[in-house]
Every structure is written in structure tokens, then in C-alpha cells.
Design a protein around this ligand. Sequence first.
Ligand code: SF4
Length: 133
Amino acid sequence: MSIKLRPHHLLCTQGYSGKGYSNEFVENMNEVVRRLRTEEATEVTIVYSTDDLCAHCPSMEGTDLCSTQEKVKSFDRKTAEYFNIEEKTYIYQEIIQEIDNQMTPERMDDICQGCKWYSISSCKKNILAKKTV
Ligand code: SF4
């Protein structure tokens, strides 16, 4: 079954290193990330809303409502704009390769500045290291 992801979670799933908002969040994130990192072609359906990671997050207050709504909507908007991400189904391993190839340190700072995990996780290093062009 396709995994529902909001645009900026195409970045978080690459930087995630086991830390999260609660035990339940981490357990779910571990399983989703394990699939994304070990399977060859995982279908992900992009939604401009709360997704399968938000569903286990203590910050989710309702459908399409996060306690840091303005911030996460900005992460989504910028990710979608920089990489032309639409609300449709992609193969995760293909879309992240396209994103990583077009990523620059400046773009990443612009999208992710303001995220509390950005300075302590390996997001930037992981994503920029996977550029193939
Ligand atoms: S902080 Fe907000 S956007 Fe991030 S996983 Fe939790 S509910 Fe979703």
C-alpha cells in the first residue's frame, strides 16, 4: 500500500536518525523509514496535508492541522516549489534522487531553517551526499 507523505517529509525521511517527538512517533517513523531505505521501489502518495507520519505525532491537532502549522506549511510549499512536487503518487527512490540532484546547500537552508532537528540531524549531509549529477 502506498505511503502518504507531505512534501517536506521527502527530506525528513532522508535525514532521520532515530530522534522524534514521542515513542509512538519514533516507532512509526522507524518502520516507514526502514521500508523507504530498504525496499527498491516504494509507492508514496504526496498530500498537501497531514500524512502517515503526522498520524502518530503528538503535534497533530486534526486533519491538515499541526501545532506548528505555519512553519510546516512553509516547509511543504518551498519543497513543492523547488522540486515541482505535485499531489500524486511517485516511486520514493526515484523522486528523492531527483530532489537530491537538484538540491543545493542554499536551497536546503531556505527550506529547513527553523526546524528544530535541522542543526542536530544529518539531513543536509545525507541529502547533499546523494547528488549524482
Ligand atoms: S510536527 Fe507537524 S508536520 Fe511534523 S510530523 Fe508532527 S504533525 Fe506532522
